[in-house]
Design a protein around this ligand. Structure first.
Ligand code: BGC
Ligand code: NOJ
Length: 817
């Protein structure tokens, strides 16, 4: 068994997969604005417009066998011999003579060779468009002419994806198609005569030898995608779907001379027609096609495709120019310079909706999640972060509380996946602070923002933040610690839920109403948020004293009731019993309060923080990362909720829940322990784990939510890659706290806390329109902190570099001593 399945190509910003049978499908994302898709290394995946549930375009079958069923499949057929294959390996799974998948930033290119025919397909979504391009290049490497057939295929599903998997009595009758054989376009609609005004289409650049739109005709009865009848016989059926399962398949015949290369372009798109112009001629029942024709007239042309691809690459070059580092560690460099910001963009766009582990139907945009994603994204694209922040705040409730999620298409909050998570509102303060530190855009605090999207309810954004903090103060428990409500950051610590009904959701079932369970985690988060709010108050000329006092008071409560002697406790349950204490038999120490309380500054001055972090190292740290809790729960604790429902070592029950690890890295950096901080960073850095691919199983270029913990049966095995707050928090930990380049309200802080054996590093940081060329030098063998900082050759007082004029370049040198 190989340890690796590919390698990084840092110059091209790609991960190159060199065999198709990766332990799991290794996926990538297409689209950065409105049209999106996931694509695996063998071309599996699906596409949607804006909302993966309400506007799914193509079908995918989660948790199916064979794995990764449904995709953007092309078939090639040698018309002389009748041999046929998939150049992306799936779905025919012929053993290809060569195979390579390059996952790049918002594009994927799959290349292979078989029977002397080389094929390379590039998939991407052009900027500003609601379509995806598949550019197929075929080259005849034989010394004889090759007579080939190319078949494209997608399985349409233009409606509610949840419905698609359940409501067959309706869906088998509503799908319709129109085909323009001359233009090579297949149109698919559902419910178009009545409430919908959008259409899916699939175009082809070459004259068609045939087409199919009926799944059963294309595949043949009782056949799968691995051996479509049309491909096998080399002839499409020309089928027109009336309901059942509409598909799109073009058939193109090509004869290639020896050495000849041909390009065939397919375009899969989504088009909205104005409601009054749905039909052409009006009232005819014939779909209006002008909009689609215009899009296709551009995107079926090789030159447009080549330019569009360049433009996409350039947009990524510009985004990534925000921060470029050159450190002694290649795994750090490629994560900070390429993959971690990329994953941050993906989490920012998707929240937790679409991946191999998130079906796109279950969750909208998480409130807590999206706020944290913003921490990783604010520096990359501040304008988009600003808009997101206002969207999030608009869903906030007048009480200061928050819905747990909102739907991206409507931007309205809902309680579908639960409510009353008392940590939720506080994350808004952290996100707003991160945005303000990055941009200095104090005007945003005056933006009028409604509550619960209710017209007429708007107040300045600043008041939303005040209400968020007040929300906690209005809900304190018997130890003056915050009430937990449904749960806090740990969705599975459901202290008021007491569920004993099989299958019942811990997240949505009715809680006991009189619950007074308290969370030390929310206390830490509150201190952090209240201290951020002091800074924001001061931006408005207010002293912020009240928030400072509230934070101090909460910190005192944490020390009094939340300190266990060697670590921070986790909570008090419904009955007032302590959770996460040496008094407990199971679940004695949790990672979350150790991270967040130190982050908030609790005990940094008096050694408590150091003691807590030592306990993390002694009890929670493993070679694969820091587990969430120890010892794991081995029996079900009805008073604790979902956490003890997981088998020991998995997920919240003592898995390495990667999201929490960067909190500990930051905490270690805060107390000046650079080796410990960086050591934790490397343990979960996916690139540093590349050699463990057989064990880790998920993609080596992005973080996973969870790695099985030391008490699991499969320690080191990752699950739930891509959509996790781990992305944002790791970028924060490495760039802002370990490398120490940190935006603050007053400028750019240079405060590296590095591993002892590094001689330093260099970086380029774009900040408020200026460029900072930063070099950090330090004697080997010590961690230290920046003692002297020079700006353009002049020493400054302290380590805060003031913001320079936009457009200027600033030379910053920091000497660690
Ligand atoms: C998972 C959590 C998740 C929650 C809410 C739980 O089953 O373990 O990680 O946040 O569901 O969907
Ligand atoms: C996943 C959720 O998306 C996130 O919000 C939560 O904090 C973690 N699970 C931990 O339970």
């Amino acid at each position: 068994m190989p340890a690796r399945y590919g390698h990084f190509d840092d110059d091209r910003r790609e991960y190159v997969i060199t065999r198709p049978d990766t332990p799991l499908p290794w996926i990538n994302y297409l689209g950065t604005e409105a049209f999106f898709g996931i694509i695996s290394n063998t071309a599996g995946g699906y596409s949607y417009y804006r909302d993966a549930r309400l506007r799914r375009i193509t079908r995918y079958r989660y948790n199916n066998v064979p794995a990764d069923t449904g995709g953007r499949y092309i078939y090639l057929r040698d018309n002389a011999s009748g041999a046929y294959w998939s150049p992306s390996w799936q779905p025919t799974q012929r053993k290809l003579d060569s195979y390579e998948c390059r996952h790049g930033l918002s594009y994927t290119q799959i290349s292979s060779a078989y029977l002397g025919i080389r094929a390379q397909t590039l998939y991407f979504v052009p900027i500003g468009e609601t379509l995806e391009v598949w550019r197929l290049r075929i080259r005849n490497e034989r010394d004889q002419p090759a007579r080939l057939s190319v078949f494209s295929s997608v399985e349409f599903c233009l409606w509610n994806a949840q419905d698609d998997a359940t409501n067959f009595q309706r869906n088998y009758s509503t799908g319709e198609v129109e085909v323009e054989v001359d233009g090579g376009v297949i149109y698919h609609t559902t419910e178009y005569r009545e409430r919908r005004n959008h259409v899916a289409y699939f175009g082809c650049s070459e004259p068609l030898a045939g087409f199919d739109t009926e799944r059963e005709e294309f595949l043949g009865a009782y056949r799968g995608w691995d051996r479509p009848a049309a491909v096998e016989r080399g002839e499409s059926g020309g089928s027109i779907a009336h309901g059942w399962a509409p598909v799109g398949s073009h058939h193109v015949r090509l004869t290639l001379a020896p050495g000849e290369t041909r390009e065939v372009i397919f375009v899969l798109g989504y088009q909205e027609n104005p409601p009054e112009a749905k039909f052409d001629p009006p009232g005819s029942g014939v779909l209006a096609k002008e909009g689609v024709r215009q899009a296709l007239s551009r995107w079926l042309r090789p030159a447009t495709v080549a330019d569009g691809f360049e433009q996409l690459r350039d947009s990524w070059t510009a985004l990534l120019a925000t921060l470029r580092v050159d450190t002694p560690d290649p795994d750090t460099n490629r994560m900070v310079n390429i993959w971690n910001p990329y994953q941050c963009l993906v989490t920012f766009l998707m929240s937790r909706s679409v991946s191999l582990f998130e079906s796109g139907v279950d969750r909208g945009m998480g409130f807590r999640d999206s706020n944290q994603d913003l921490l990783g994204f604010a520096a990359l694209a501040p304008a988009r972060a600003r808009a997101r922040l206002l969207d999030l705040a608009s869903t906030q409730l007048p009480t200061g509380g928050a819905y747990h999620q909102f739907q991206p298409l409507t931007k309205r909050g809902n309680n579908d996946i639960g409510s009353g998570f008392n940590d939720d509102p506080l994350w808004l303060v952290l996100a707003a602070a991160a945005y303000l530190k990055e941009t200095g855009d104090a005007a945003i605090l005056d933006e009028p923002v409604p509550y619960d999207n209710e017209p007429g309810s708007a107040t300045p954004l600043y008041e939303h933040l005040e209400r968020a903090v007040q929300y906690t103060l209005d809900r304190l428990g018997p130890h003056s610690l915050p009430l937990i409500g449904r749960a806090d950051w740990n969705d599975c610590l459901n202290l008021n839920c007491f569920s004993d009904t099989p299958g019942e959701s811990f997240q949505t079932t009715v809680n006991r109403a009189d619950g007074s369970a308290e969370s030390v985690f929310i206390a830490g988060l509150f201190i952090l948020a209240a201290r951020e709010l002091v800074g924001l108050a001061q931006l408005r000329g207010l002293p912020g004293d009240g928030y400072r006092a509230a934070a101090d008071k909460m910190a005192a409560a944490v020390v009094e009731h939340g300190w266990d002697g060697a670590w921070f406790r986790r909570a008090y349950d419904y009955f007032g019993n302590v959770v996460g204490s040496s008094e407990n038999e199971e679940g004695q120490i949790f990672v979350e309060p150790q991270g967040i309380c130190v982050l908030a500054g609790v005990g940094v001055e008096n050694g408590i923080a150091t003691r807590a972090l030592d306990s993390v190292r002694e009890r929670l740290a493993t070679e694969h990362g820091i587990v969430l809790v120890h010892p794991a729960y081995r029996r079900y604790h009805v008073e604790l909720g979902e956490i003890s429902s997981y088998p020991p070592g998995y997920k919240e029950n003592a898995g390495v829940f990667c999201h929490t690890n960067p909190w500990v890295m930051i905490a270690e950096a805060m107390i000046g322990r650079g080796d410990a901080a960086f050591d934790y960073y490397r343990r979960i850095n996916p690139s540093a784990r590349e050699d463990l691919s057989d064990l880790h199983r998920c993609e080596p270029y992005v973080y996973a939510q969870m790695i099985a913990g030391k008490e699991a049966a499969t320690p080191g095995e990752a699950k739930n890659s891509w959509l996790t707050g781990t992305a944002a928090w790791n970028l924060v930990a490495i760039s802002q706290w370990i490398l120490g380049i940190r935006a603050e309200l007053g400028g750019l802080r240079i405060d590296p806390v590095l591993p002892a054996d590094w001689p330093g590093f260099t970086a380029t940081r774009r900040f408020r329109g200026a460029t900072y060329e930063i070099s950090v030098r330090k004697p080997a063998g010590l961690t230290g902190r920046a003692g002297l900082v020079f700006v353009d050759g002049e020493p400054i007082e302290g380590t805060l570099v003031p913001a320079a004029a936009p457009g200027s370049t600033v030379i910053v040198e920091a000497i660690v001593s």
